[in-house]
Design a protein around this ligand. Structure first.
Ligand SMILES: O=P(O)(O)OC[C@H]1O[C@H](OP(=O)(O)O)[C@H](O)[C@@H]1O
Length: 326
């Protein structure tokens, strides 16, 4: 719970579901955040413009504090809260609802357009190796299949939460042949792969790709084997804070995702670490596929500047004292 203006039930529910990963995947999180913002705008009983703005910021902070790594979440808040305008409650409410709808429409369009670009990199008969579960990455395969290409997949299970099982299920629904392997078998099976295809939770200004833990090791092995590494990431994955030198916070998740309490007790005193993400340096990435085309990682900064300028707003934060409220 957050101190401050009351939150719509949907905001608390969605925030809890993001934190516990009932809702997961960067694009899905962004959509859920926009839905939560819309619910707050609809349901708040704020009766003055100031109270309305404060209530929306409060919802934004509750959502922002759930998971730290996927920038799609703050970018969803930037888009929806950043377009809040008006001098009365009804106009403010309408502006937020319109922004939330526009944002989710853009998400759908971006993933479709990105899928079309990514599919062009896949040839008939190709095999992709996947890591974790990414809707952006799967959009590329789906589009290639729709083009009539025969695509196979080697799917890494992706410990500790086994999101590879979701990938395998969805690829089968597309009619793709799937071979599921444990993470440690990846190098052995890279010889059978034509591409490594992964998503991203955040992309830094230097082209570094923040994605599920294990991506960087996979990329290094793929480079050594000569297998190209393709990252599918719509532009809401671009992390504007990195333009000004900030680093991306890597989420550390609960130890019980790695080992249950009984097994742990049996082993004796140990330290357990569970980072959810790692950073793949740009030199191991061949292409970042976005809805605006594909980019070598080193030039992604140009796109980032175009979209965000030089700095990133934080419209969920309280204005500093003395600053005029927009
Ligand atoms: O936006 P889409 O492409 O669906 O997902 C992007 C990324 O989000 C996931 O994180 P988590 O499972 O939420 O920790 C994975 O790391 C995946 O590559």
């Amino acid at each position: 719970m957050t101190d401050g203006p009351p939150l719509a039930e949907a905001v608390d529910d969605i925030a809890d579901d993001i934190a516990t990963m009932e809702i997961r995947g960067a694009a899905t999180i962004a959509r859920a955040a926009a839905d939560a913002v819309a619910a707050q705008a609809r349901e708040t009983d704020a009766d003055s413009p100031e109270a309305f703005r404060s209530s929306m910021r409060s919802a934004g902070r509750r959502l922002y504090d759930t998971r730290p790594t996927a920038v799609s979440l703050p970018n969803a808040l930037r888009y929806t809260l950043g377009r809040m305008e008006g001098d009365d409650v009804e106009t403010l409410r309408d502006s937020v609802l319109a922004a939330a709808t526009a944002f989710t429409d853009r998400l759908d369009r971006a993933q479709r357009d990105l899928g079309r670009v990514g599919a062009n990199r896949l040839r008939d008969g190709d095999t992709v190796m996947t890591h974790c579960h990414s809707t952006d990455a799967l959009a590329c395969v789906e589009h290639a299949v729709e083009q009539g290409k025969d695509i196979s997949a080697i799917v890494k299970e992706t410990r500790p939460r086994n999101q590879g099982h979701i990938t395998a299920t969805q690829l089968r629904e597309m009619g793709v042949d799937v071979t599921l392997v444990v993470d440690s078998a990846a190098r052995r099976y890279l010889d059978d792969a034509d591409h490594v295809l992964v998503g991203a939770d955040s992309i830094a200004a230097d082209g570094g790709v923040v994605n599920k833990i294990g991506t960087s090791g996979l990329a290094v092995n793929a480079r050594e084997r000569g297998v190209p590494i393709m990252v599918a990431a719509q532009t809401i994955k671009l992390h504007p804070d990195t333009l000004t030198g900030h680093t991306v916070e890597i989420e550390m998740r609960d130890e019980t995702e790695v080992i249950d309490d009984d097994d742990r007790a049996e082993i004796g005193e140990i330290t357990v670490e569970n980072p959810a993400f790692d950073v793949t340096p740009p030199r191991y990435v061949d292409a970042i596929v976005t809805e605006s085309g594909q980019f070598p990682p080193e030039s992604i900064v140009t796109l980032m500047r175009e979209l965000f300028g030089e700095s990133a707003d934080r419209p969920w934060e309280e204005p500093t004292s003395g600053a005029a409220e927009r």
